[in-house]
Design a protein around this ligand. Sequence first.
Ligand code: NAD
Length: 480
Amino acid sequence: MLKIENFIDGEFKSSINEEFLDNYNPATGEKVGEISSSGPRDVEKAVKAAEDAFFGWSSLSMDERINWLEKIGDALEAKKEEIAKVESLDTGKPISLARRVDANRSITNFRFFAQFAKNQEAQIFEMNDATNYVHRKPVGVVGLITPWNLPLYLLTWKIAPALVMGNTIVAKPSELTPLTANLFAKTLQEIDFPKGVFNIVHGLGPSAGQAILEHPNVKAISFTGGTQTGRIVAKIAAPLFKKLSLELGGKNATVILNDADILQAAKGAAKAGFTNSGQVCLCGSRILIDESIADDFTKHLIEEIEAMKVGNPQEEDTDIGSVISPQHLEKVESYIQLALEEGGEILTGGNRPKLDKVNSNGAFLMPTLISGLDIKSRTATEEIFGPVVTLHTFKGDEEAIKMANSTDYGLAGSVWTSDLQRGKEFSKQIDTGIMWVNTWLHRDLRTPFGGVKNSGVGREGGQWSLSFFSEMTNICVKND
Ligand code: NAD
């Protein structure tokens, strides 16, 4: 049985109260371990360790910190298969997905920010009689709070830029998925990473997470999670004038215009809707289809969905694993019930699959497509975050734009068309942080990433991450 402890000042330690939370494999229902259930006193220790380590870490040159990032990237690469296995076990996601997306990206995050930081040029503004030098200082101790859907992927997306800019860290991974963060801490220990620079406090949001938010010496909070939690985070952090980055929920539209390649669009919409059992904040959980091609498209879409293999995440050819927990499964199923009450028709799925013994107690749901719902219905506007997608028809681009913009969220979306210029112009009118034309989840890490409306505040990625994790100051030197 695994015992997951906090990682503070380079050492693994149980929470002071010695209380533990159970950790389950959602694909089997088995308990795999226990994790420390921390509170403010543990956070206090972690913040103290991070403060003590700050001077040493921030005094290193940028090149020295870049070397550390490269070393971490190499150490993670050596454990790539282990990361994929552990992530699959903890989340119930297919091993192939955990390898291709989670493990790969966790390694890439370090290599990308190492290279990106190397390419930074000094910003200098000349005046007639003076020169201005823009200087970036680290913020200090930063708090990183992350969700369960892409555990190490999202945590390292924050750790790498925070470290390279000279900050020290107190992190709180989701209590549902602590395993890869723990593996990451072990990896740091193995490569003799400086103690106290990176710390983990495990536990529940309202105790461990909130104590990080409330700590006066944590100067910035980078949070990824649900919109409701984001509100709490903002409420606590804002009066303390902490730097704040909020990456929140979404209800993204996949829009198929009347000139789209129907087969390509059906494949794209199925992938956008059901990757990671629909538990990616960027998933296209509403499909909007031009009514002139709706019948043909729907037939192909259903074929694509029904071809997905649902089952044991450890098998290489599994496309869809479990959702994160039995509680989450019930929540997702309650939306299917709601959809029926709201007049929806289930075109495929809607039920739990019958699986072999090992997965018979897992939190599985067949990928579900529902049509016939009003675009303003609760099912079509609230984030379900599971393998449930709604399908809606529109007449012409103008109506499609209105429908795509008809939720409180604004994270992402995709549009499918054979006219790239039309796709680009259409995208400009959608209120989201990112739009893809004829693709989905195609990411260049230099680009801005983040949401509008209730999907968040601030941007991550390339320059935006480096700016968030630094304080920019100006030094104006008068010429002789
Ligand atoms: P969540 O908001 O429940 O939890 C996220 C993290 O916040 C967890 O570590 C949790 O323990 C912590 N937390 C909970 N309450 C807290 C509190 N009061 N104070 C401090 N911390 C607290 O989200 P989740 O269910 O883990 O993740 C799913 C959500 O995350 C979805 O809404 C999804 O859209 C969103 N998400 C967004 C992005 C993005 O980039 N915008 C990426 C991934 C996931």
